[in-house]
Design a protein around this ligand. Structure first.
Ligand code: FNR
Length: 377
């Protein structure tokens, strides 16, 4: 309505109204090496593309005489109250995607303005304390890439607790980087160029290891040596012991893994294949969601391939508690800074809300598998 009313005054939106246009314009706005890193995926990007097309398998039944004049979209995620089920997935290079190179701070500001939580990546251009200071009343989550140095891991988590983050997301699928031809072709990896290491360089344990006045080369070399921890189930009790905050494990796509993680005391499961960036030839993340949802009563965050409000609604119906987006919000940030990012979040929320209104689903509880028709069946 806001947009149409503005139209009466001759004002049309300057930001894109479709994902296709958002992607096209974002590509023009970023330097090619950053664009390759953000938009690219593993292998020939089959899994990345399949993540998005997987949503077409499902159709939402329109239900009539429901009178869904008011929609209830509030959600409880591991005891944290959120105004809507939308979140911003952790994106390591978001810091580079704004003109002033402070995209992490801009994302935090967008979270404060919209109530859409940011899951702040370990790999940020600004220290987590400065990011968290911009959240306002919106809860924030910290994503941990677990270093092999256990003391450093504990230090990062302690800092996240002290900074006021409300939960810790541990990413399991990226202890080593996948085969990404676009980045291989540009021979580029941002962190090896010293970008997005702010959470390490200001960390007391990291400083102890490399020395406070270490050269940029020494910082990168040390970071590269400790970044990826090939965790096993034996590490889960230790990870659990790091914090009393809600602990959510990201990258879980198999029902057995979800069950085992639940038995190991985690508070939430994050179904994701990293937006198809890590492994190609896999299963679209959405296809994994129903099995994981059937395997556990824990809250579930879902991401990978969500491009619209209707995609989000379908993921919620298939068992997600909340739905996260990665590239769409980064593209909004690249294109229009905080305003561009807020636009992406607001349009996605508005589309989802309108769909729930038109198709007769007044609350998230009404979005169950029964709301969907399997168009392949
Ligand atoms: C990511 N992702 C990611 N995940 C994570 O746990 N920590 C991180 O630092 C990053 N970094 C990162 C950088 C870039 C450029 C992208 C695009 C993605 C993965 C992210 O959290 C999420 O799983 C996917 O982006 C979701 O898929 P879509 O929405 O991009 O299709």
């Amino acid at each position: 309505l806001e947009i149409y009313l503005n139209g009466l005054a001759g004002v049309v939106p300057s930001h894109p109204m479709t994902f296709a246009e958002l992607e096209r314009r974002a590509a023009d706005s970023l330097p090619p090496w950053i664009w390759s890193y953000v938009a690219g995926g593993a292998g020939d990007e089959h899994t990345q593309n399949a993540n998005a097309t997987a949503f077409r398998r499902w159709g939402l039944y329109p239900r009539m005489f429901v009178g869904a004049a008011e929609r209830d979209t509030g959600v409880d995620l591991c005891g944290v109250q959120l105004p809507s089920p939308l979140m911003m997935a952790p994106v390591g290079v978001v810091g580079l995607c704004s003109q002033d190179r402070h995209g992490d701070l801009a994302t935090a500001e967008a979270a404060a303005r919209t109530g859409v939580p940011m899951i702040a990546s370990t790999l940020s251009q600004d220290p987590m304390e400065e990011v968290a200071a911009r959240f306002g009343d919106t809860p924030g989550f910290f994503q941990l890439y677990t270093p092999t140095d256990r003391e450093l891991a504990a230090s990062l988590v302690r800092r996240a607790e002290a900074a006021g983050f409300k939960g810790i997301v541990i990413t399991l699928d990226t202890w080593v980087t996948g085969w990404r031809p676009r980045d291989l072709a540009t021979a580029n990896f941002p962190q090896l160029r010293g970008h997005c290491l702010a959470n390490y360089t200001c960390d007391p344990v990291f400083q102890e290891r490399v020395g406070k006045d270490a050269s940029p080369e020494a910082v990168v070399a040390h970071w590269a040596g400790i970044f990826g921890n090939p965790l096993t189930w034996d590490d889960l009790p230790w990870l659990r012991s790091l914090t009393d905050l809600p602990l959510i494990v990201k990258g879980v796509c198999h029902a057995d893994d979800a069950r085992r993680a639940a038995d190991g005391g985690v508070d939430g499961i994050y179904v994701s294949n990293h937006g198809g960036r890590q492994a190609n030839g896999g299963i679209p993340a959405l296809e994994c969601l129903p099995d994981v949802a059937a395997a556990t009563d824990l809250p579930i965050i879902f991401d990978s391939g969500v491009r619209s409000g209707s995609d989000a609604v379908k993921a919620l119906a298939l068992g997600a508690t909340t739905v996260a987006i990665g590239r769409p919000y980064v593209y909004g940030l690249a294109l229009g800074g905080v305003e561009g990012l807020v636009h992406v979040l607001r349009t996605m929320l508005a589309e989802a809300d309108l769909l729930m209104a038109v198709d007769g689903y007044p609350s998230l509880a009404d979005l169950t598998p029964a709301a969907l028709k399997d168009l392949r069946a």
